[in-house]
Write a protein that binds this ligand. Structure first.
Ligand SMILES: [Zn+2]
Length: 255
């Protein structure tokens, strides 16, 4: 394994027609992957795919935008025990379209995930987003983590400020970046300010394909373009960045 996509959704229906080919392209390029659940059904699919493929792992949980649905935490716990499940999530706070009542529910569901992660001794895969008017999601998530979490955590698709990133790193948390870093300079400052030891690479496929695949369905093998972009933005040696990002994922997940 040379690269790892630490956050993707090849368990979704967008891959039903050619999933094995997608896995084959990743394996041929030395790309491992961590498949993320967003509800019970997609979590079960992630585990099934992880069990049947090498260099593939699963993360199970309920996305914050699903926090107002009925959630069976006993079922989630039974899925989370699988040895191929390497983290709990994606969970957290999403303020994009949330009402105050929904945010209250999101916080309760988030704390449930943190307690499950503590119990399992597995790290947390976080989804945190500010709304247009309602900001502060990162600081709120950090306050909740400080109060409850006894495990490592990664902020996937990090879109906060350099200050948020510094606060995450101060708690030994990590941030991961997607293909958007190949076509916007919005994240350059934060990518340069965070120590390389606290960065991971992801695709969030099938969404946000990197250049030169922009506008098409994203897939795990394209994480190579994300790693290249991180090296270019930091003006660091590509091979060194590749090696460090892989090691960061090993340290995070202990697969
Ligand atoms: Zn995701």
């Amino acid at each position: 394994m040379k690269y790892i996509d630490i956050h993707g959704h090849p368990n979704l229906s967008q891959f039903d027609a050619d999933r094995e080919e997608v896995f084959g392209r990743a394996a041929a390029a030395g790309v491992g992957m961590v498949i993320i659940g967003t509800d019970i059904e997609s979590s079960l699919r992630a585990v099934e795919l992880a069990r049947t493929h090498d260099n593939v792992w699963a993360v199970v949980g309920i996305h914050p935008t699903e926090a107002s649905t009925t959630i069976d935490f006993d079922v989630l716990k039974s899925i989370a025990r699988d040895p191929k499940v390497v983290a709990i999530g994606e969970c957290g706070l999403d303020y994009v379209h949330a009402t105050p009542e929904e945010i209250t529910q999101q916080k309760e569901v988030f704390i449930h995930h943190i307690l499950l992660a503590n119990e399992m001794g597995k790290p947390l895969m976080l989804h945190v987003r500010n709304g247009k008017e309602m900001t502060g999601a990162y600081q709120e998530a950090l306050a909740i983590l400080k109060a409850h979490a006894q495990v490592r955590f990664n902020f996937h698709f990090f879109a906060g400020t350099p200050r948020d990133a510094a606060d995450i790193v101060a708690l030994n948390g990590t941030v991961s970046f997607t293909g958007v870093v190949t076509f916007t300079t919005d994240y350059d400052d934060v990518i340069r300010s965070v120590p390389l030891t606290h960065i991971m690479s992801e695709t969030d496929c099938p969404f946000v394909a990197p250049v030169p695949y922009r506008g098409t369905r994203n897939e795990p093998v394209y994480v190579i373009e994300v790693v290249k972009a991180i090296a270019r933005i930091r003006t660091e040696d590509e091979e060194e960045v590749r090696r460090q990002l892989l090691e960061n994922a090993r340290n995070f997940f202990h697969p």
